[in-house]
Design a protein around this ligand. Structure first.
Ligand code: PRP
Ligand code: ZN
Ligand code: MG
Length: 212
């Protein structure tokens, strides 16, 4: 029997809720430590644990068939993949933050600043819309420490509880995007894979309904 390969974040904000969603869908998964891949016990699903930022590319290439990833990552990466369902968890926003001690009145205060982010495309788009000229420095992680070590004046990163910003002495000044987890899919699923995906979607929608 054919199996569907689902990519989920291997660690981070979406991991627990992604595993819980499968569980709520009555899909049993054995998770060992440090495993990159596992097979569901009672559903034709193979689970791949990957870095969330890599999931859109893997979906486009067909390395994974479907995946759970933040809308923020999908919009940044602009791959040829399809959103099948919003999942209602992993709610957060992509926001610009500056050191707490700085005075901020309006968006023009960002002119001429150096901004560190893992979302260069979305930040550039936002600044162009607002006629802000800033220097974008792309870094792939630990963006919040950039101002503290003199690498940038401000940052743009995901904020959910706000505790990462708080711990790094930063405050939010602009929101670029609201985000949550979505189920996305490769564009060219085979017929049998489509059937499995529809079964999974049916369960996910039932779980969502039961929660409302
Ligand atoms: C995001 C973001 C912050 C953190 C913010 O990371 O990069 O580090 O979450 O959350 P908080 O406001 O609740 O403190 P993500 O889970 O996307 O992991 P990654 O940056 O390693 O991909
Ligand atoms: Zn990430
Ligand atoms: Mg992070």
């Amino acid at each position: 029997m054919d199996k569907l390969k689902i990519a989920i974040q291997k660690s981070g904000r979406l991991y627990d809720d992604s595993i819980k969603l499968l569980k709520d869908c009555s899909i049993e998964v054995n998770i060992g430590i440090d495993k990159l891949k596992t097979t569901a016990l009672n559903f034709p699903l193979e689970i791949l644990f990957l870095r969330d930022d890599d999931i859109p590319q893997y979906l486009e290439d067909g390395v994974a068939d479907i995946g759970i990833v933040g809308k923020n990552v999908l919009l940044e990466k602009r791959k040829k993949i399809k959103i099948k369902e919003t999942l209602g968890f992993g709610k957060c926003r992509l926001a610009i933050a500056i050191p707490k001690s700085l005075v901020y009145k309006e968006i023009n205060d960002l002119n001429g600043k150096r901004i560190a982010t893992s979302y260069p495309f979305l930040v550039r788009e936002f600044f162009e819309k607002k006629y802000i000229k800033a220097e974008i420095h792309e870094i792939s992680g630990a963006v919040e420490i950039a101002p503290g070590i003199g690498l940038a004046d401000c940052i743009c990163d995901l904020v959910s509880s706000g505790s990462t910003l708080f711990m790094n002495g930063l405050k939010e000044v602009e929101t670029i995007l609201q985000s949550e987890a979505v189920l996305a899919s490769n564009l060219h699923l085979r017929e049998e894979q489509n059937i499995i995906m529809k079964k999974l979607l049916f369960r996910i929608r039932s779980v969502k309904k039961a929660k409302n």
